[in-house]
Design a protein around this ligand. Structure first.
Ligand code: SAH
Length: 339
């Protein structure tokens, strides 16, 4: 049993099944999700024979730090974690004025194939379990000794391609008996898997939903993102409107700027008509070039032009502040190099 992926109710039922008193579940849960301990051996208020037995029969997810890079510029820390089966994922710890933020991975690799992204070059290896998503945050909290208040699911992987585990993760990380991170401080980013946007909307969680848009028309988007062959922008925008209506939350659109490809004035007017009237925020990300592809980032002038004109058209726009530029800041690059 992947015991760290169970919620408290399930854990109580499971402990009862194993003929332990139900209160043991609460103790176990606290060790795992509040004290963030690294194994049954540390759970000193549990009887020794119980700890022994659990360690023989249960799976206790525990990620280990395989590599770590600390930015000399801004203190951002990039972690490479090794999973129990020899796979690796990466996560990033960032300090902002509003609190500490961790960016986690949701899969080992990715099968979405976005052309500019390093995480998808070798395809998908497997999904992460809920406990493997949680433990990225737990290990970083323990390693830094600092409270994590924001989580962004924007590392390697497509969270909506691992939807059930993502939802389980979300429930556990926001649980008041666990780390109790505010649901409003969690952002999940998707390349736009339309049925899952509706499914998430129906759960009416106060999550921040980020959509990786990256182009203003289907034709232009297909050149960058294969998923655009499956779902049209009209379908994505329809799902976003539904999400806003159901949750009252503003949508974030991510737009990675690639020189000469999606940063033109034509793109600005197309994007403005596409998003007109939608309660949203546009986050511009100058693309991080990866060596396997020849995409170049937009010039500073093009980025500012893009921002200014969108603002003139009434949109709320930010340029992603880049942290950890000196430590393989770009998606999936540390893992790729290491493997
Ligand atoms: N699969 C999810 C989340 C992971 S990627 C998604 O597609 O949203 C997080 C964001 O980084 C996405 O917007 C993604 O398109 C973007 N991204 C990936 N590689 C990038 C690169 N090299 N430069 C700039 N943005 C990149």
């Amino acid at each position: 049993m992947d015991i760290k992926s169970l919620d408290l109710k399930e854990l109580k039922e499971y402990m009862t099944q194993l003929s332990y008193p139900a209160y043991r579940a609460a103790q176990l849960y606290e060790w795992m999700h509040v004290k963030m301990c690294s194994g049954f051996g540390e759970m000193t208020n549990l009887p020794k024979d119980m700890r022994q037995k659990l360690s023989e029969t249960e799976d206790f997810t525990h990620l280990t730090i395989a590599a770590k890079q600390v930015s000399a510029e801004d203190g951002t820390i990039k972690y490479l974690f090794s999973l129990g089966d020899g796979n690796y994922v990466e996560s990033v710890f960032m300090r902002y004025h509003h609190g500490n933020s961790v960016c986690i991975s949701s899969q080992v690799g990715c099968r979405m194939g976005c052309r500019f992204c390093a995480s998808t070059l070798d395809g998908l290896t497997r999904n992460l379990t809920a406990s493997e998503m949680l433990d990225q945050i737990y290990r970083i909290s323990v390693d830094t000794g600092e409270r994590v208040s924001n989580v962004v699911v924007m590392g390697t992987g497509e969270p909506f391609d691992n939807f059930d585990n993502f939802i389980r993760f979300e429930r556990l990380i926001t649980d008041e008996n666990g780390l109790n991170i505010s649901v409003r401080n969690i952002t999940v980013s998707t390349c736009g898997i339309v049925p899952r946007i509706y499914e998430l909307a129906d759960k009416q969680l106060q999550l921040t939903l980020a959509i990786s848009l990256h182009a203003p028309t289907d034709e232009k988007r297909r050149l960058l993102m294969p998923i655009a062959n499956k779902y049209s922008l009209a379908e994505i925008i329809g799902a976003c409107k539904y999400y806003v209506n159901k949750t009252g939350r503003r949508i974030t659109f991510e737009y990675s700027l690639v020189k000469g490809q999606n940063d033109t004035n034509e793109c600005i007017s197309e994007l403005s008509s596409l998003l007109k009237g939608l309660n949203c925020h546009i986050n511009l990300i100058p693309v991080n070039p990866i060596k396997e592809r020849d995409y170049e980032r937009s010039t500073k002038e093009a980025v500012l032009n893009f921002k200014n004109k969108l603002e003139k058209n009434g949109f709320n726009v930010t340029i992603r502040r880049e942290l950890g530029g000196d430590i393989d800041g770009a998606c999936g690059q540390l893992r790729k190099r290491y493997m």
